[in-house]
Design a protein. Structure first.
Length: 208
């Protein structure tokens, strides 16, 4: 329905390009040459937001005063195991959210990049600047910020260790979006109004 395929291991850029030609008037984003540099830049962009979430969580837990002490019992063990499972499973959900927001008929492929320990979605369809920003930020909002805000509002009604698990999962999903933050920053700063953005290989480009 959504034309999404999981492709497995990513090895080289030719797997993504698949023989497609780059438009002559396309302008490449000024960005890192590899995934690590993009993640580092995105972490710098997102760090104030991530630290704010951590501080809000700390003071909310202090305000609620759970009186929680670590107890190695079945509830705690199961909760933390489920938390670890969800942290991994939601990485796939993260990419699926990206994918469904691209044009419906466009082919979206999801890849695992073992050298970087990362998943990513690839689609070379042209999208508007606003849509590109929405595509980038949606997973962080849906899996990170919204659950965190709901937890913050209802924290006093949630027992430990479940409260702690929600906080960890929410913040982890925002941290997992640092590459998206880099793309959003570059789109805002570099792409002119009315231009369209697309992926070509491991880089983003814009054109009018």
């Amino acid at each position: 329905m959504f034309n999404i395929k999981y492709m497995g291991y990513y090895k080289e850029e030719t797997q993504l390009i698949n023989g497609a030609a780059l438009p002559i008037n396309a302008v490449q984003f000024k960005e890192g040459d590899n995934l690590s540099s993009i993640f580092i830049f995105g972490a710098m962009v997102g760090m104030p937001f991530i630290l704010s979430m951590i501080l809000f969580a700390y003071f909310k837990m202090k305000e609620v005063n759970y009186g929680y002490t670590f107890e190695l019992n079945s509830v705690t063990i199961i909760t933390y195991l489920v938390t670890c499972f969800l942290m991994v499973a939601l990485l796939f959900v993260h990419e699926f959210i990206h994918a469904i927001l691209f044009p419906l008929k466009a082919e979206k492929t999801i890849w695992f990049y073992p050298q970087q320990g990362a998943l990513f979605v690839y689609c070379n369809a042209l999208v508007s600047k606003i849509r590109f920003i929405v595509i980038c930020l949606a997973p962080a909002m849906i899996l990170g910020l919204i659950p965190f805000v709901l937890w913050y509002v209802f924290a006093k009604h949630i027992q430990m260790p479940y409260s702690y698990a929600i906080v960890v999962i929410s913040i982890t999903n925002v941290v997992a979006s640092v590459g998206d933050f880099a793309n959003v920053y570059n789109a805002i700063r570099q792409v002119p109004k009315g231009a369209y953005i697309f992926n070509y290989g491991f880089h983003s480009f814009w054109l009018k």
